[in-house]
Ligand binder design. Sequence first.
Ligand SMILES: Nc1ncnc2c1ncn2[C@@H]1O[C@H](COP(=O)(O)OP(=O)(O)O)[C@@H](O)[C@H]1O
Ligand SMILES: [Mg+2]
Length: 733
Amino acid sequence: MSRFVDRLPFEMRSNNPMVEAEDMGRDGLLLSHYTGGGRGSQTLGQLLKRVGDASDHQVFELGELNGDSSPGPGQSIPFVLAFTDLSYSVKISNKLSFFRRRREGFSNTKTLLDSISGEAKEGEILAVLGASGSGKSTLIDALANRIAKDSLRGSITLNGEPLDSKLLKVISAYVMQDDLLYPMLTVEETLMFAADFRLPRTLSRSKKKSRVQTLIDQLGLRRAAKTIIGDEGHRGVSGGERRRVSIGIDIIHDPIILFLDEPTSGLDSTSAYMVVQVLKRIAESGSIVIMSIHQPSYRILGLLDRLLFLSRGQTVFSGTPDFLPLYFSEFGKPIPENDNRTEYALDLIRELESTPGGTKPLVDFHRSWQAIKHLSNHGTPKKELYTLSLKDAISASISRGKLVSGATNTSTSSSATVQPFANPAWIEIIVLTKRAATNSRRTPELFGIRLGAVLVTGFILATIFWRLDNSPKGVQERMGFFAIAMSTMFYTCADALPVFLQERYIFMRETAYNAYRRSSYVLSNAIVSLPSLVLLSAAFAATTFFAVGLAGGTSGFIFFFLIVLASFWAGSGFVTFLSGIVSNVMLGYTIVVAILAYFLLFSGFFITRDRIPHYWIWFHYLSLVKYPYEAVLQNEFDDPRKCFVKGVQMFDNTPLGSLPEFLKLNVLKAMSNSLGVSLTSQTCITTGTDILKQQGVTDISKWGCFWVTVAWGFLFRMIFYFALLAGSKNKRN
Ligand SMILES: Nc1ncnc2c1ncn2[C@@H]1O[C@H](COP(=O)(O)OP(=O)(O)O)[C@@H](O)[C@H]1O
Ligand SMILES: [Mg+2]
């Protein structure tokens, strides 16, 4: 078993990627076959192969397999995505439909798609047009398998075979309406990371680089290549460029089917035209492009191959743009000579929508028009027309050079198998980690704020609890310090919530179409956070440990540092987990603050374990603060020789405490006599061990507490993973 790209001769992998990139950039791998005139459409893989032909005989073997000269049986049949009678309706919840119900006669379902049929061919752009609210996005979602199966009626087939959702995920890409990108990466880096995710590992780095350079040229992003994407706080690329980067990420692996929801919305007409031009090229390289578009300009219309006009979920026109004049003149509303055809059609539809009869005449006219057309040609293709099974056709397409993620090509049977992911998990983790590290390195202020928060808290605690002594008061204060210190870790972690939430949308977009495994994301997320946690812990431990005068010397300090680190780890795990289930920042903060307050309440500081009502004891064990708090208490008080209450100090905190010293000594003497033991002012009444017993914190050893805290961190990340699995179905019901 070897992949197609495996067998590319090694010499092809240029030592100097930049030189190669320059070369590629000028005519562009994909670009060259548009400008290449009669050579027909060639894909990246074919071009790679052609380069190889000159230098290595191995490639001829490939040529035999599926060469340009002898087209394989699959090559002659283009992919056709056909959809028949797609219907989709939603139930409107009672709350929303309260008023509407009266008007619409108690119907509480709304039909968003009403038996829509059509087809999209390889090499062509199918554009879905219609006013806002006509159901364009819904149709694209339906085709892209983003609507739950049981809610959608009708059938979708690729080359006559029903489309399996797993397969569709691998061979297709969906470009969302919003551009969700890492703000601090440059255009080039963004595309390079996408290449690292989506292109197989066996493709050499220089090939990936050249693919990115090609794409940059193809997308017209050469001038913006080194600019960061930017966000509200940082100036970055323009809206049109952002849009094209978004598209670039999704087409980096050259998908067979590309879905786009209004890729041109919000762009000026030149940018919009450029975007559609890019899409046209992608289609010509052997893909099916399906997009929705609000109002195409005259020039854009020239690039579209098929149109599907929607009005309130119904088809009012479908066919090539050339048919528009004939269609509307037969309908009795001829398009004036100098009018923009689509604009006229959309205006007409809008006009009809506002009449009492609605668009019904046009819908009916379309139906009869469609019936006549179907008599003359054969309608949607039947399965029997295809000699190759869908799997084989996809394999053939991969062999022809489609870089569908994870495509492998077996040398013996010439059939490629489609794997769900392009790379093994460890590569994904490395790439994800690298990307997140690059992004956060460029926003040092985020880490700076957290470090500042930790240092300020540390400083305040250090000055308030400055050099605590070993008296009964000192013991009280030490415990207060520990309780506050250990919950600080958790509060500080809450700062990361917005960052995680922002990232989550990028994650959802990327995993929806198998850019990487969800588990890789969870792992890299943990890895990326570690270095900053170590720094934060060191800063906090160093500012407080010596200033407060905590016990244990070097080993005590090391343990203190470790338990702080473990708390940070558990806390960030907790916040990560929250970001997986909460989608709103404010709600997230509210939950964090409330839960941490409860954790502190049940930690054992305010009320010791033996005094907590038995029906609340489970919360005590759930309390994240309990474990680090007990651990530091033990670290502090586990020396049995250390004395915290000596002789008359036992009267501190009692009314006797205000007596003059000599009276207290007398009381002590009286006590000695009646107890029959000698109590002097130097006798130790309470040792560290006694304090631990009093506080009821001896159930778990300090290292036990440490490991439990660490385990919490892992546990939260595991739940986070499951939350992601459950939450990112990414589908409508
Ligand atoms: N979950 C839903 N419940 C009720 N109505 C919905 C729901 N989702 C979408 N719609 C409605 O369906 C219609 C089509 O929506 P959409 O496909 O987004 O339109 P377009 O993309 O053409 O602007 C709109 O009127 C919208 O309000
Ligand atoms: Mg829409």
